[in-house]
Design a binder for this molecule. Structure first.
Ligand code: NAD
Ligand code: MG
Length: 394
């Protein structure tokens, strides 16, 4: 703990997979951490239960219509609460040492950026902050001299093995990918997969959007863009390697040929705890790797033909400007449409490609110069995605 007192945490996205894993770490270390504010999307009952358990000072829901339900669920607790964008903003700005950015999607950008501007150290799970506004986000962090601590497991692995942070001595970094549930399917077989099949990730238990993105490999593409901001190397120094066991999470290849890797059970509590305690380590009851029992780790190159979403994301990274934000917005809409049964699995990447083509043609992919401009581009891309979804709907 800092100066003998507990580290104060704000958790944005408290009811989600990242939020729950973060709170589980706090349960194991109540003497080190104090949760001061929680925020979530719309689940009032769940948020209220967590707010009571951790006796927070403030709880916020993004969905204004759920405000009364939250207030009723917190009656008698003395916990201040609110709902709607202003309340979400207040939660993000509540005095704290670390803000855990665990909201899913571009919805996480405004509150996380506001916390950064207010001088908070950000523990970043919400990769969309960097995908959509990476230049703005990292420039603000540099201006303030603040660390952005990467919670995403691959980036956290690279952060752990980047000793002394000397990027000049790094030849390349490697992000591993499980390959998802359809790693061995042909394109034709993928055409007919259901949302339920796509939601069954082989190794990780995560929210629905990132789970579908792991099945298309869009997630790995978003993560390469995320890495390009966290670890500013040339684009061709950022590699993806399919590794179905998800035991090695990330690697750094140095100029002398050394390849350093971080290994661990696929449990997000390890990278989350690494950020919360950095530069120290916490005791954690996660499953230890039994390498003798595992016996074999395997690797393969990603197949951009069967997984076109990865190629689209890499193209968007190279194009820069507004392309990554448009890619993300289109993907969020396409994933929701797939989960709703409106389009097929292969249509997800097709919709994203349609949107990037349309916005390139209309001249809408210039680099956004503010977060407001990013959010406006995000809306434009979502409208284009809805049009593409209607065209491709079954
Ligand atoms: P999730 O769907 O499980 O949880 C999302 C959380 O965000 C919930 O608390 C939800 O209430 C909240 N939320 C949704 N919409 C919101 C809105 N408009 N405003 C405010 N809050 C809103 O998602 P997750 O799997 O926990 O992922 C969260 C983020 O972390 C994503 O950016 C994801 O890419 C990243 N991430 C997740 C994992 C993982 O293991 N789950 C791993 C690496 C990175
Ligand atoms: Mg990841």
């Amino acid at each position: 703990s800092r100066d003998g007192r507990r580290t104060r945490l704000v958790i944005l996205g408290a009811t989600g997979s990242i939020g729950k894993s973060t709170l589980d770490i706090v349960r194991h270390h109540p003497d080190r951490f104090e949760v001061v504010a929680l925020a979530a999307g719309r689940r009032a009952g769940e948020l209220a239960a967590l707010a009571r358990e951790f006796n927070v000072r403030f709880a916020a829901l993004a969905e204004a219509a759920a405000g009364e339900e939250l207030d009723a669920a917190l009656a008698g607790s003395g916990i201040a609460n609110g709902a709607g964008p202003a309340a979400l903003h207040d939660a993000a700005l509540h005095p704290a040492d670390i803000v855990v950015a665990g909201i899913v999607g571009a919805a996480g950008l405004a509150p996380t950026f506001a916390a950064l501007q207010a001088g908070r150290t950000i523990a970043l799970a919400n990769k969309e902050c960097l995908v959509c506004a990476g230049d703005l986000f990292m420039a603000e962090a540099r201006r303030q001299g603040l660390s952005v601590l990467p919670m995403d497991s691959e980036h956290n692995a690279i952060f752990q093995v980047l000793e002394s942070r000397n990027l000049a001595e790094v030849e390349r970094v490697v992000l591993t990918a499980s390959g998802g549930p359809f790693r061995q399917l042909s394109l034709d077989e993928m055409r007919h997969v259901s949302p339920a099949q796509a939601l069954k990730h082989p190794n990780w238990d995560m929210g629905s959007r990132i789970t579908i993105d792991s099945a298309t490999l869009m997630n790995k593409g978003l993560e390469v863009i995320e890495a390009s901001h966290l670890f500013p190397l040339a684009h061709d120094q950022l590699d993806v390697l399919v590794h179905p066991q998800s035991v090695i999470h990330g690697m750094v290849q140095y100029r002398d040929g050394s390849l350093l890797a971080q290994l661990g059970s696929p449990d997000m509590r390890t990278p989350i705890a690494h950020c919360l305690a950095w530069p120290h380590r916490l005791d954690l009851p996660v499953a230890r790797l039994d390498l003798a029992r595992l016996a074999t780790l395997t690797f393969e190159a990603p197949d951009l033909t069967r997984f076109p979403a990865l190629g689209l994301a890499l193209d968007a990274m190279r194009a820069g400007g507004g392309a990554p934000a448009a890619l993300n917005a289109a993907d969020e809409e396409a994933v929701a449409a797939f989960l709703a049964g409106r389009i097929g699995f292969l249509d997800i990447a097709a919709v994203v490609a349609d949107v990037l083509d349309a916005l390139a043609a209309s001249g809408d992919l210039a680099a956004p110069e503010s977060v407001a401009a990013v959010l406006s581009l995000d809306s434009t891309a979502r409208r284009a995605a809805q049009a593409a979804i209607i065209r491709r709907a079954r």
